[in-house]
Design a protein around this ligand. Structure first.
Ligand code: CAA
Length: 293
């Protein structure tokens, strides 16, 4: 059955090569998913070789884990590993890509400049997908020569496990682009839904409201471990464990976007802001406070 709002699937274009902009946590997980499910060449790109190598190493290590678990055989592992490559040079590696997805820093100006660069080296039909969790697809596409090829393609962490994929139509997104996005999401074996281009779409807007309340409780003095402990057995992952998984900077950005759009309903936690500013990755203090200092 065609997902609600999805265009006719005959409009979908084939995806024979995938480019990924970024080689961080989300981008590497995407590379793994695309190579396993589509079995086409996937190129990870980033600003420096070290990050690119780290991304490719992650994919190879995850393929080795699947092999060790007996989920795939040696032939498949070799084939999938050979399909993943990395480069610091988008112009030489994206030329024949027909689907490029960006998973770079969650900042509109950065995403716009990434797409402007990519547009110079890909064909006019190449889909430009963004894994943004909160930003406007319409605005991200606005200055491009072909804004009709931009679509939101929002995954959840951990990408290999979470079934949902939010597909976001911007005001210029064409039916062909949207149909290709839905067909690709299906090939990736995700549950696809079409969502409106509004701040943080559906899931993060709901989650943001929940996180706003949780942050208020912590900012009023309840330690994190008490709050997280209260979720035992009632949620798959306690709220601050989830923030650690997703990344405090992403969580903060999401809340800021929502608080900007709906100031009466969302709350930006000062403690979370301090953690991100201090670039703390391990932020569970020994006393369970949000700020480890
Ligand atoms: N990466 C890859 N695979 C992972 C993983 C990770 N970080 N964590 C767990 N898995 C895999 C395990 O390897 C295991 O796979 P196998 O069955 O093949 O061995 C499977 O998931 C189940 O793992 P576990 O049994 O160890 O753990 P669990 O039953 O506690 O489930 C979980 C783990 C699925 C992550 C669960 O805790 C959960 O659903 N957590 C909530 C996650 C969530 O809400 N994500 C959305 C975050 S919001 C977001 O991402 C949006 C954004 O834009 C910021």
């Amino acid at each position: 059955k065609r997902p609600a709002g999805a265009p006719d699937r005959s409009l979908a274009r084939p995806v024979t090569k995938v480019g990924i902009v970024g080689a961080g946590l989300m981008a590497s997980q995407l590379a793994l998913l695309f190579v396993r499910r589509l079995e086409v060449p996937v190129v990870l790109t980033d600003l420096d070789q070290e990050r690119v190598d780290k991304g490719v190493d992650y994919v190879h290590a995850e393929i080795d884990k699947l092999l060790a678990k007996g989920r795939i055989n040696q032939d498949k592992a070799n084939r999938h590993k050979a399909l993943v490559s990395g480069s610091v040079d988008k112009s030489s590696s994206f030329g024949d890509a027909d689907f490029v997805i960006e998973a770079v820093f969650e900042e509109m100006s950065v995403k716009k400049s990434v797409f402007a660069d990519v547009e110079k080296v890909v064909s006019p039909e190449c889909v430009l997908a963004t894994n943004t969790s909160s930003l406007s697809i319409t605005e991200m596409a606005a200055d491009l020569e072909h804004p009709e090829r931009v679509v939101g393609f929002h995954f959840f962490n951990p990408v290999a496990v979470m079934p949902l994929l939010e597909i976001v139509r911007g005001s210029a997104t064409s039916d062909e682009t949207l149909a290709t996005a839905f067909a690709t999401g299906k090939a990736l074996k995700k549950t696809t839904i079409l969502v409106n281009d509004s701040p943080s779409f559906i899931v993060n807007r709901l989650l943001g409201r929940f996180m706003s309340e949780v942050s208020r409780i912590v900012d009023a003095g309840t330690p994190i471990d008490v709050v997280d402990g209260s979720f035992g057995g009632v949620a798959p992952m306690p709220p601050f464990t989830l923030i650690a998984l997703v990344g405090p900077a992403i969580a903060l950005h999401n809340t800021e976007t929502l608080a900007g759009a709906f100031p009466d309903r969302f709350y930006v936690s000062p403690a979370l802001q301090r953690v991100v500013e201090a670039r703390k990755s391990a932020y569970f203090g020994p006393d369970g406070s949000l700020d480890p200092e």
